[in-house]
Each structure stands twice: as structure tokens, then as C-alpha cells.
Design a protein around this ligand. Structure first.
Ligand SMILES: [Cu+2]
Length: 128
């Protein structure tokens, strides 16, 4: 069976959509005692753990992170550094740049599709 180049592109796109998953995390930002530079002090962790967990997803997946600010005394947010936020710039997360910081006790749901990322960066970084 021979497909035209348009048909091949369409089939490839459909296959990518069909194989896409929703990658979901429920996180609470919490204070954790840790020593990232050798000196123990309170640092921001996720679900009482530091270093913070990683997000694993593939191109085409939808990432959904429900974040509750459990810090009690400080605003927070997640910055999805390194991910091209195509049509979802408000989900990139840097506080006071593309979104308001999340107040203590409040929850935000970040959701976006991983459409592409720089070839030199196979993983994303984030910080609270
Ligand atoms: Cu960044």
C-alpha cells in the first residue's frame, strides 16, 4: 500500500495523538529540612521530600500537575523550565512573569501538552 506524503503525515499525527498519555501528579509544596549546599536549612520540597520529584513524559503527552501551596508563610509556583509552552505561555509558571504566585493554602492546576523541546535538553527543570 502506497501513501502520499500528506497521508503519511496525517497517519503519523494520528498515531502520536493515539499514543499520548495524561501524566498526572498531585503535589504539595512543603518546607523540608535539607542540605543542598552542605548546610542544613529549610528548603521547599514536594510532599515532604527533597530533592523534588521528576516529571516523566513523552512528546504528545499532557502534563497535569495539581499543586497546593502548603508552605503556610510564603507564595510559590512551579516553573517548567526548558519546555516550549506553545499556546500555553501562562502555564510556564514563573511567578510574577507569566502567572501570579500561588498564595499559602491555595491550589493551582498546571496543564499543557508536551509539543516539543530543545534537542539539547531532554529533560525539564523546575523550581518552586
Ligand atoms: Cu526557565
Amino acid at each position: 500500500m502506497i501513501f502520499s506524503s500528506r497521508a503519511r503525515i496525517l497517519l503519523a499525527s494520528l498515531a502520536q495523538v493515539c499514543l499520548a498519555d495524561v501524566v498526572e501528579y498531585t503535589w504539595e509544596a512543603t518546607w523540608v529540612s535539607a542540605s543542598p549546599d552542605g548546610f542544613t536549612r529549610p528548603v521547599i520540597g514536594i510532599n515532604n521530600v527533597w530533592p523534588c520529584p521528576e516529571i516523566r513524559a513523552k512528546k504528545g503527552d499532557t502534563i497535569r500537575v495539581t499543586l497546593t501551596n502548603g508552605l503556610g508563610n510564603q507564595t510559590t509556583g512551579i516553573h517548567f523550565h526548558g519546555i516550549n509552552q506553545i499556546s500555553t505561555a501562562w502555564m510556564d509558571g514563573p511567578s510574577l512573569v507569566t502567572q501570579c504566585p500561588v498564595p499559602p493554602g491555595e491550589t493551582i492546576v498546571y496543564e499543557y501538552v508536551v509539543r516539543r523541546y530543545p534537542k539539547s535538553q531532554r529533560s525539564m527543570l523546575w523550581c518552586s
